[in-house]
Design a protein around this ligand. Structure first.
Ligand code: SAM
Length: 241
């Protein structure tokens, strides 16, 4: 959130006005399976991060200075855990609001003995603003974010000018923001927002989309989509300034 927006919100709140934030998710109270609940209890002390604790010191969190990759909205965490397992020389932070997803991710990470992964159960917009130091991230991943199909809901899409600007400030110079979506209209929206945003360079030679890089695991859902002839669009933008 920009300083002027923050000031406007603080001013409105001090005047007793109620401001409803537009969020990119609706909190679903999904039930936890027994396995998810047990994993949350077992793994949260070592792998859970709390928004209320404020700014993170990555060296302290991970015990090393390896590059940090942040994933927003990891769902059940399958591809995040796979990436963390394959790349032990990087550190991974996942953010997800859906508790069963967080439980599933911890269960998977525990089963695969992944040690370079930490997770937040919180709104990524607030985690970015309050917990991540400027210029600290090697990469940010946003895979298949909720597309909010209806036009009147497009304002809920997480990719918005203000969001990508706040995200840019958290990347290192040369760090990459990688998005993927299977919804063409959202891909076009992402491209439009990113092209209008200063100080990012598109890594696509044709200045639009990229083939899926090997670093992004192919999900079952995506494999099925491929068979049905559905498209997937990857966008990769580098922070240049
Ligand atoms: C369509 S799912 C995709 C999940 C996963 N990335 C995948 O590819 O299977 C989008 C996920 O983003 C999460 N999400 C949406 N907005 C979020 C936010 N502001 N902070 C954290 N998670 C969010 C949702 O709870 C949901 O699990």
């Amino acid at each position: 959130m920009s300083e002027s927006t923050q000031q406007a919100l603080a001013q409105a709140e001090s005047e007793g006005k109620y401001i409803r934030k537009v969020r990119s998710f609706v909190k679903r109270e999904g039930r936890l399976t027994k396995g998810q609940a047990a994993s949350l209890e077992k793994c949260w002390p070592s792998m859970g991060l709390e928004h209320k604790n404020g700014l993170l010191d990555f060296t302290q969190v991970f015990g090393n200075d390896n590059p940090v990759v942040l994933e927003i909205g990891f769902g059940m965490g399958k591809s995040l855990v796979e990436m963390a397992k394959k790349d032990p020389n990087s550190n991974f932070i996942g953010i997800e609001v859906h508790r069963p997803g967080v439980g599933a991710c911890l269960m998977d990470a525990d089963a695969q003995e992944v040690t370079n992964l930490r997770v937040f159960e919180h709104d990524a917009v607030e985690v970015l603003a309050d917990c991540i130091a400027d210029g600290s991230l090697a990469k940010v991943q946003l895979f298949f974010p909720d597309p909010w199909h209806k036009k009147r809901h497009h304002k809920r899409r997480i990719v918005q000018p203000e969001f990508v600007e706040s995200l840019r400030s958290k990347l290192k110079i040369g760090g990459v923001f990688h998005m993927a979506t299977d919804w063409e209209n959202y891909a076009e929206h992402m491209l439009e927002v990113m092209q209008a945003s200063e100080n990012y360079a598109n890594q696509s030679p044709s200045n639009d989309y990229m083939p899926r890089p090997d670093s992004r695991p192919l999900t079952k859902f995506e494999q099925r989509g491929h068979r049905l002839g559905h498209g997937v669009w990857d966008l990769m933008f580098e922070r240049v300034k």
